[in-house]
Design a protein around this ligand. Structure first.
Ligand SMILES: *Cc1c(COP(=O)(O)O)cnc(C)c1O
Length: 224
């Protein structure tokens, strides 16, 4: 299989439009696979478990930009803050406050995305669009000391029906647009729409994603 990661990555890159950031989701894959992608020029990697992120960050080149994309427990926040530059999976006020507090303690700023829950049968984590719009207020924003809210993240329903998948992505994009033209209007760094995975990223991009999270299409199937 040597060379297959870089080959798949290079082929994938040819099809990802300019302006769309590709996060290589490397969870459950060994450091050697990440190094293969790194050698092919990939620098942004997504991990979903705090301990795995910590171990890989210690072993791999320092110019890798780590994104955290998995469900995050508040007791693991510190580990993630030490390595990640963007956390995609802020799914509660409690987690957001914990990240803010730990980042302040660590003396650094961290970018976060607010996770939306629109899919019908998938993970229950995340805000509904209505909850999100009610949650992000000027009071919330001015209370955050070390966190920059950079955008939203979401997943579509895991179905074969393209129309249904598109509807989910549209809902995510619409929530982003409401925030951007509303409470986030004065914050140009609020500009990330993270949606789309191996099987549905082209639809996500058509529906307004500018960051996609692709694992299997680059690294092959995961062995859990
Ligand atoms: C695992 C994971 C991905 C990547 O999924 P693939 O189907 O392997 O591309 C994307 N986003 C999140 C949140 C994930 O947990």
């Amino acid at each position: 299989m040597a060379g297959s990661v870089s080959k798949r990555l290079i082929e994938l890159r040819k099809t990802v439009p300019e302006g769309v950031e590709l996060v290589a989701v490397s969870k459950f894959h060994p450091a050697s696979a990440l190094m293969e992608a790194y050698s092919a020029g990939q620098r942004v990697f997504g991990e979903s478990r705090a301990l795995e992120l910590e171990a890989k960050a210690a072993e791999l080149p320092p110019d890798i930009v780590w994104h955290f994309i998995g469900h995050l427990q508040t007791n693991k926040v510190r580990k993630v803050i030490n390595h990640a530059s963007l956390i995609h999976s802020i799914d509660s006020e409690r987690l957001l406050r914990a990240v803010d507090q730990e980042a302040e303690k660590a003396g650094r700023r961290i970018g976060v995305l607010l996770q939306l829950h629109v899919a019908k049968e998938e993970t229950k984590f995340g805000f509904t669009p209505e909850e999100l719009l009610a949650f992000v207020t000027p009071e919330l924003l001015s209370s955050l000391k070390a966190v920059d809210i950079r955008g939203v993240m979401g997943m579509a329903s895991n179905v074969d029906d393209d129309a249904r998948i598109r509807d989910d992505f549209r809902e995510i994009r619409a929530a982003f647009d409401s925030l951007r033209s509303g409470v986030m209007a004065g914050t140009p760094d609020f500009n990330v729409v993270s949606m789309g995975m191996s099987h549905d990223w082209p639809l996500a991009v058509e529906e307004g994603a500018n960051m996609i999270r692709v694992g299997t299409s680059i690294f092959g199937e995961r062995e859990y």
